[in-house]
Design a protein around this ligand. Structure first.
Ligand code: ADP
Ligand code: ZN
Length: 756
């Protein structure tokens, strides 16, 4: 292995005679914080540029690395420099902008440049360049086909078979589907194309042809027009600017995005729209699809070929608008004009493996370098985004009302400890009388209901009647969840599963009681309460493929389902005008989490779920069941009062020194040996304190709330301080690669969203 060097200059190497550079600097996608220099063999001279992937010897194996610069000299002694083995890409897959962006990511998140580069490129890209595009055949005019049939069909039986098949089945098949279905050889299809009887048409990405639904263009509200005008002016200025579009649910934010993007496209530039998780937002996608013709969807469930195809079309400038989840922030658009981050507060924008980047922040950095505009949209902005708008880092645009005159739904908080929430002398019930009645009436009027609970399974914990032992996973300190349909008890962290026990595994005599409430149990209770009701459950147990998701949403949209029960999956994005009742079965599940953001999460979730109600002509009502009805998160959400919530929460954050007033860094040490993890965490604490400035704080080390996962004990340290330089100082003090020894593992998470 060649000696390592601190990350090099990596710039100024474009468009100059590459053959003059006998060496390359390469970033390897491994957790090593340096780049490596290699010699370019004569056979590859002049064929290598920054952003290209190469195969290089690394230790005892070969690695695929990213060329970050071409260099003349290296600090590594000549004799130790190894030669590149070969090229992976014939042309650079990474442009200079993304090279710079990933270098920033590596520095800021404490990952290696190679890891950051690797995260920016879908694994499929460049793997093989064969099936570049999916093509389907289209039929020529009827008269042309009829003429052909008359004159040629007799002598060309295979071609005739193909044409007869397409005449009866309709076009839109791929050539290989046709040969499979007709038994004709592929030459027959090609021959028909050559004669102009068939035409090959490139089809776009996944889903492009399904679900096209444009609610049409509306007369814009005054607030929408104002926001669009402001953003458009900024787009025309071609300078970086960030906006926070704070609009209540149903205020028409998507329309603002689309109209603003039209001005980007008119300039010949491209826009990227980041959505929380594509499978959760098919409606958003279909609106963009209906409005823009040159639009691509990037998606983790796409086949490799599709993803590669999408990437290549984007790179070639064929695409105006890219829609996708967090990794779409790296889409190789040639002239970036705008990045929209829809539902900016969503936690799925943060990657939970290295590099632990937040797509919102990466978007801001990328746009800044490109002179592009960023629009962050949310009904419940994260406190970080809201604070940024207060300090002038972004401009606040407000949509305080729903479109037309639809009011926000009225929210009733039901105190489940009071009479309303009690069953007939048997303690708390699942459904308060109020919610039960509201559902019954809505269904009676032909309307629909949505019931939300953020726990799946049937019973969420199992406890012994006799000794009180609570069943935990053998690998994790986590209670097991009972799934009744599949007759299993499952750990939701390591997926350990087993049969449901009859007697307590601890005292070996006591009966096991099934407690706690999951979506599966709600389903059963709903069935008992409302016999004959048509309902569907949407959680990760029932939504095992994307098709299932679309089927259920389709059925719900067309009124074949009365009640939709689900977890987070149904909380956001859904726009069904016939939903008039929304029930939050248990609003308390998030409040009790040991995380300083638990109030914020609770407020966001209730607001988002409530936003599903009353989006059509008829007003909606929301019922929130809680044991803590006076908690400020629940109270403020029930009044649709983001500002009041924000004021109170900002106060707590300020006095406790949490973001957005400080930077937060989390260091996690895990090990199969509890003592080893603890000791290592304590050593790290000493190192970190050495780089502290006045006013900086270290919490811990303490056991993580999830103290053991998959047989590894976990300890964490939280570093916080108001000065942004704390990030680089901590990275300098603690290199996770060096601190991870044997089976002990150290990870650093900058701006963590999870503290569990
Ligand atoms: P949000 O994302 O703010 O919750 P949406 O963008 O989903 O809101 O818009 C809600 C609904 O209102 C959509 O069905 C959309 O087509 C419709 N809509 C958007 N703008 C207008 C308008 N100006 N007039 C009438 N309907 C509109
Ligand atoms: Zn487990």
């Amino acid at each position: 292995m060649s000696a390592g060097h601190p990350q090099g200059d990596g710039q100024g190497t474009l468009d100059i005679g590459y053959e003059k550079f006998p060496l390359v600097r390469v970033a390897i996608p491994r957790p090593v914080r340096k780049t490596f220099d290699y010699r370019v063999p004569a056979s590859l001279s002049g064929q290598i540029a920054p952003g290209q992937r190469v195969r290089c010897p690394f230790g005892r194996t070969d690695e695929v690395g990213f060329v970050v610069s071409l260099i003349r000299t290296s600090d590594c002694p000549e004799s130790k420099l190894k030669e590149l083995r070969g090229l992976v890409d014939l042309e650079p897959k990474i442009g200079p902008g993304i090279l710079e962006l990933t270098r920033w990511m590596a520095d800021y998140y404490g990952a290696s440049w190679g890891e950051a580069l690797s995260a920016s490129l879908p694994s499929a890209v460049g793997k093989s360049s064969k099936p570049r595009f999916t093509q389907v055949v289209r039929l020529a005019e009827k008269i042309v086909r009829e003429q052909w049939m008359e004159t040629h069909a007799k002598r060309r039986p295979a071609q005739r078979r193909v044409l007869e098949f397409l005449n009866s089945e309709g076009d839109g098949f791929t050539p290989s589907e046709i040969t499979r279905r007709t038994g004709a050889h592929s030459g027959a299809v090609r021959a028909l194309v050559a004669q102009g009887i068939l035409r090959l048409e490139r089809v776009g990405s996944f889903l492009e042809d399904s679900h096209v639904q444009d609610p049409g263009r509306h007369e814009l509200t005054a607030d929408q027009s104002g926001a669009i005008e402001t953003i458009t002016r900024s787009v025309c200025g071609e300078l970086f600017e960030a906006f926070l579009l704070w609009g209540v649910t149903g205020s028409g934010k998507t329309e603002v995005y689309m109209k603003s993007i039209e001005s980007v496209v008119a300039q010949g530039r491209q826009a990227i729209v980041l959505v929380p998780e594509i499978s959760l937002t098919p409606q958003t996608w279909s609106r963009f699809r209906a409005r823009f013709s040159r639009v691509a969807l990037l998606h983790s469930q796409q086949t490799e070929a599709r993803r590669r195809e999408g990437w290549e079309r984007i790179q070639s400038g064929e695409i105006d608008v890219v829609v996708g989840p967090r990794s779409a922030v790296f889409a190789p658009v040639p002239r970036l004009g705008m990045i929209v981050v829809d539902e900016e507060h969503e936690t799925s924008f943060k990657q939970n493996t290295s590099p632990r980047y937040h797509a919102r922040d990466v978007a801001l950095v990328r746009a800044q370098a490109a002179g592009a505009v960023v629009v962050l949209g949310s009904a419940t902005p994260s406190l970080e985004a809201f604070r940024a708008s207060e300090t002038g880092k972004s401009r606040l645009l407000r949509l305080p009302n729903r479109v037309t005159t639809r009011p926000l739904p009225e929210v009733t908080v039901i105190n489940m400890t009071s009479e309303a929430g009690m069953g007939r002398g048997k303690g708390p019930r699942l459904f308060s009388g109020l919610l039960e009645r509201a559902i019954r009436e809505a269904i009676g009027r032909g309307e629909q209901a949505v019931l939300f609970l953020n726990r799946r399974g049937f019973s969420t914990f199992l406890v012994c009647r006799r000794c009180g032992y609570v069943l935990v996973c053998p690998n994790c300190n986590v209670t097991l969840t009972h799934h009744k349909k599949t007759r299993r008890v499952i750990c939701h962290h390591c997926l350990h599963e087993g049969p449901p026990p009859n007697v307590c595994p601890e005292c070996l005599t006591g009966q096991v009681r099934y407690r706690g409430l999951g979506t599966e149990k709600i389903e059963e209770v709903v069935q008992a309460l409302f016999p004959g009701i048509r309902m569907a459950r949407m959680d990760s147990d029932t939504m095992t493929d994307r098709g299932a998701y679309e089927r259920v949403l389709g059925a719900f949209g067309s009124g074949q389902i009365d009640i939709l029960i689900g977890t987070q999956m149904i909380a956001k994005g859904l726009d069904f005008p016939r939903v008039t009742v929304v029930g939050v079965i248990n609003a308390d599940t998030l409040i009790s989490l040991p995380d300083f953001r638990s109030a914020e999460r609770t407020f966001q979730l209730i607001t988002q779920v409530a936003g599903r109600a009353g989006r059509g002509e008829r007003p909606g009502r929301v019922y929130v069941q809680s044991l803590h009805p006076d908690h400020y998160a629940i109270r403020c959400a029930s009044h649709h009062d983001y500002e009041a919530f924000c004021r109170e929460e900002m106060g707590h954050r300020y006095s406790l020194g949490y973001p957005p007033y400080t930077r937060l860094i989390r260091i996690v040490v895990s090990s199969p040996e509890v003592e080893s993890a603890r000791e290592r965490a304590e050593l790290i604490a000493v190192r970190v304190r050495e780089v502290f400035l006045e006013g900086e704080v270290l919490l811990g080390p303490v056991e993580c709330p999830l103290a053991r996962i998959q047989n590894r004990w976990r300890f964490h340290l939280l570093v916080k301080g108001p000065d942004p330089s704390i990030v680089s100082r901590v990275h300098r003090a603690v290199n996770p690669g060096e601190w991870s020894r044997g089976k002990d593992m150290v990870t650093i998470d900058v701006d963590p969203l999870s503290l569990l």
